[in-house]
Design a protein around this ligand. Structure first.
Ligand code: CP3
Length: 360
């Protein structure tokens, strides 16, 4: 079975010959080839130059036998098209130079079509699809979910308490509605245009929502917008993965807001997640990215636990619970991908995963 069939069938809950594996942030600083390119170009230049973005997308596929590629970009560049000033400050992460402070700022936000403002990424998708032709590796397009993007737009960068974005939400519900509605419009168009350009699947990243909001606020201030976004993607044939960070406490509500595949972080066990959202719902995850820094013996124990809890039901995609860290050893990625791809889920119920392995 080709990587294409393995990944896309798993996204649809169909049986596969083995478990597919890809990694969030599989293109990035842990790869020497990426670091080498980064000496010549900054992140936004790499994202805005289709040839460079395509090259970086393909870098991890040259190193590992991954079952999917993900287009190289970030969740934040669409905010620039809306009029927010984005920069990546080394050691600090993303910064918005003119964050939203009042209701009026939201009225000033533009909602231009993705073909205008995200053209380099759409072109990079076409280039990668051309390169992957005949190879059978599917390409994932992606975008940020409205809450996670709103948190950057209002906080101006990363946050611990999310106090600014939540204050706006609580104090000015009508402004919140306008902001979230604009984000849904922009992100829906961007995701659909990625499918037009050739993306075989989509992932929507709601990385921060569960770190910021409890269940009632999620239901009231976020779920209605996520439902509109995911419903608009259903018309297309491609599977949609809904990644939701830190939402184990209200996973049912998250699952009900949409997406074909639910992608969860390591703060919830996969067997519990599957029980709560229904075994027929395809699921992705959820190795702790910090386990990727551990010695192989410890890493393998973590992988075994994830695989055992994922169970033998179809509709499972191995991934991390969050992005790969820059200090991840290449050798651990290689061994992990190989180990997961050789694993037979049918065995899980009969016996613990035992396999003779040199150097273990
Ligand atoms: O997965 C992939 O390989 C595709 C590319 C991708 C990047 N960012 C590249 C990137 C994807 C899918 C993202 C998503 C993203 N970006 C998320 C959601 C997923 C997650 O990890 O939680 C978030 C919250 C962001 C915002 C972001 N971008 C932060 C907080 C940072 C700084 C922290 C860091 O890791 O440096 C970035 C920068 C960024 N995005 C890098 C890469 C490869 C590092 C770039 C560099 O300095 O070279």
């Amino acid at each position: 079975m080709s990587a294409d069939a393995v990944f896309l069938n798993a996204c649809r809950g169909l049986p596969t010959a083995r478990i597919p594996v890809w990694l969030m942030r599989q293109a990035g600083r842990y790869l020497p080839a990426y670091r080498e390119l980064r000496r010549s170009y900054d992140l936004l230049t790499m994202i805005r130059t289709p040839e460079l973005a395509a090259q970086v997308t393909l870098q991890p596929l040259a190193e590992f036998t991954l079952d999917a590629a993900i287009i190289f970009s970030d969740i934040l560049p669409p905010l620039e098209g809306m009029g927010l000033e984005l920069s990546f400050v080394s050691g600090k992460g993303p910064v918005i130079g003119n964050p939203i402070e009042r209701s009026y700022d939201i009225d000033l936000l533009a909602a231009p079509p993705a073909t205008e403002v995200m053209a380099p990424t759409l072109e990079a998708i076409r280039l990668v699809k051309h390169e992957l032709k005949g190879r059978g590796t599917p390409l994932i397009g992606f975008a940020g979910a409205p809450f996670t993007l709103a948190s950057y737009a209002v906080e101006g960068g990363g946050s611990r308490s999310y106090s600014r974005v939540k204050s706006l939400m609580y104090r000015e519900p009508s402004a919140w509605k306008r902001l979230m509605t604009k984000l849904v419009t922009v992100q829906t168009d961007y995701l659909l245009r990625q499918v037009d350009a050739g993306a075989d699947a989509l992932q929507v990243f709601d990385s921060f929502v569960g770190l910021a909001l409890g269940p009632d606020d999620y239901e009231r201030y976020v779920a209605p917008y996520n439902r509109v976004l995911f419903a608009a993607l259903v018309e297309r044939e491609v599977p949609v993965i809904h990644y939701s960070g830190g939402t184990g406490a209200y996973l049912e509500t998250v699952a009900a807001s949409g997406g074909d595949v639910l992608s969860v972080d390591w703060r919830i066990a996969l067997d519990e997640a599957r029980r709560r959202v229904g075994k027929q719902r395809p699921i992705q995850g959820n190795l702790d990215p910090v386990a990727m820094l551990a010695p192989w013996r410890e890493l393998r124990a973590h992988i075994d636990m994830v695989l055992a809890k994922a169970g033998a039901e179809p509709g499972y995609i191995f991934n991390l619970g969050q992005g790969l860290l820059p200090e991840t050893p290449l050798d651990n990625v290689k061994r992990m991908v190989d180990y997961v791809q050789r694993y037979s889920p049918a065995e899980t119920h009969k016996q613990p995963h035992t396999r003779t392995e040199e150097g273990a």
